[in-house]
Write a protein of this length. Structure first.
Length: 319
């Protein structure tokens, strides 16, 4: 699952292309209808205003791209003039949490059965164990891994440098704010995103991992489609196409795929959006910048719609 399997390192060249130009006329029409029904489907920079306060909500990508230089030229005046910048987590928090995970195996190991070898089919389990052994893990460590953590290390695409890469938009915004002496804060404790992944029922995690390792589709196409949609400020298009195409080469019902995707969406996106609102509203300052992953912005339970429901006037801004 592209969105819920954050890979660490890309080991293969990117072979993907944007799927949007390849849609049939019928699929294009359906995509247009679904986007029209989605609140705040377009735009990576919005301003929420209420009671003399401005909140600049910026949808980010966590990995690097040369196009971000242009984006930063547009956003730099906003960041420099802010009273505070809020990120999902700060770079220091993120590094400290990753170091803890590497030091403390109890964070990602299953403490009791069923173990990973019990939940995956034998061919998939043997394939996974061999891949992880090549990365330095013992077979026993792999057997006891929580499925989300095994997925964390899998490289299903050669296009995404992963969470470990520097200079995503979050990094750039934080660096500029620090140089401009703008106060920087976090919307959540470090590791909250990974804890959200871990909170998914263990057999659902294993099912996603099984499907990821079984699917022969070109995951690069999904990554490129999401990236191009993001820089077109039409991320919802990429998200919807991902939902349509995920595991489409497998004999798995779309109802099951939807259930797995909804479970991911609820835990990793929607629940965190709700948890961030009180943090945003109690942060001092008349002008705030809130920079979070782009997938958090659109939709009924997206951060933009939640702010609108709380009486903020919403206006799209340059990106």
């Amino acid at each position: 699952m592209i969105l819920c399997t954050p890979v660490m390192v890309a080991a293969a060249p990117c072979t993907g292309t944007d799927m949007r130009p390849r849609l049939t006329p019928q699929a294009e029409a359906e995509l247009e209808r679904e986007v029209a029904r989605m609140p705040f489907a377009n735009g990576n920079h919005w301003v929420a205003r209420k009671d003399g306060r401005q909140i600049h909500v910026i949808g980010t990508v966590h990995t690097g791209d040369p196009r971000l230089r242009r984006v930063m030229r547009t956003l730099a005046p906003v960041i420099r003039s802010a009273d505070a910048v809020l990120l999902e987590v700060t770079a220091h928090q993120s590094r400290a949490h990753m170091n803890r995970i590497m030091r403390d195996q109890s964070v990602f190991l299953l403490k009791e059965p069923p173990y990973l070898s019990d939940m995956l089919s034998p061919p998939v389990w043997n394939h996974l164990a061999a891949r992880m052994e090549a990365d330095g893990f013992t077979r026993e460590q792999v057997r006891r891994m929580q499925p989300w953590f095994a997925g964390f290390f899998l490289d299903q695409s050669g296009c995404n440098k992963g969470l470990g890469s520097e200079r995503g938009l979050d990094d750039r915004i934080e660096d500029l704010a620090r140089r401009a002496r703008v106060p920087i804060g976090a919307l959540e404790p470090s590791g909250a995103g990974l804890q959200a992944l871990a909170s998914q029922p263990i057999r659902e995690q294993a099912r996603v991992l099984e499907l990821d390792l079984t699917s022969q589709m070109n995951f690069d196409d999904q990554v490129v489609t999401m990236s191009e949609a993001y820089f077109d400020e039409r991320l919802a298009e990429g998200m919807l196409i991902q939902d349509w195409t995920m595991y489409s080469d497998l004999e798995v019902s779309r109802a099951e795929v939807k259930r797995l995707l909804d479970s991911y969406q609820d835990r990793l996106i929607d629940d965190r959006n709700l948890a961030w609102l009180p943090v945003i509203e109690r942060t001092e300052g008349n002008v705030l910048v809130v920079a979070v992953g782009g997938a958090h912005l659109p939709g009924e339970d997206g951060l933009l719609n939640l702010l609108a429901q709380r009486g903020y006037a919403m206006e799209r801004a340059p990106f």
